[in-house]
Design a protein around this ligand. Structure first.
Ligand SMILES: [Zn+2]
Length: 52
């Protein structure tokens, strides 16, 4: 499940070490339309957004 950071509102995978304190979200934000929109390295294991 994706987690949105409460610090800078970036979205991370739930096992990301970078996210710290965050809020689980059931769906990705509308502005995230491709895997390239997710900047953190925690998404590197995914090839496309449909897998998240
Ligand atoms: Zn991350």
């Amino acid at each position: 499940m994706p987690i949105m950071s409460s610090d800078d509102f970036t979205v991370h995978d739930d096992d990301c070490d970078e996210v710290g304190d965050g809020m689980p979200i059931s769906d990705l934000p509308d502005e995230v339309t491709s895997i390239d929109d997710l900047e953190c390295q925690c998404w590197n294991e995914y090839d496309e957004i449909a897998e998240i």
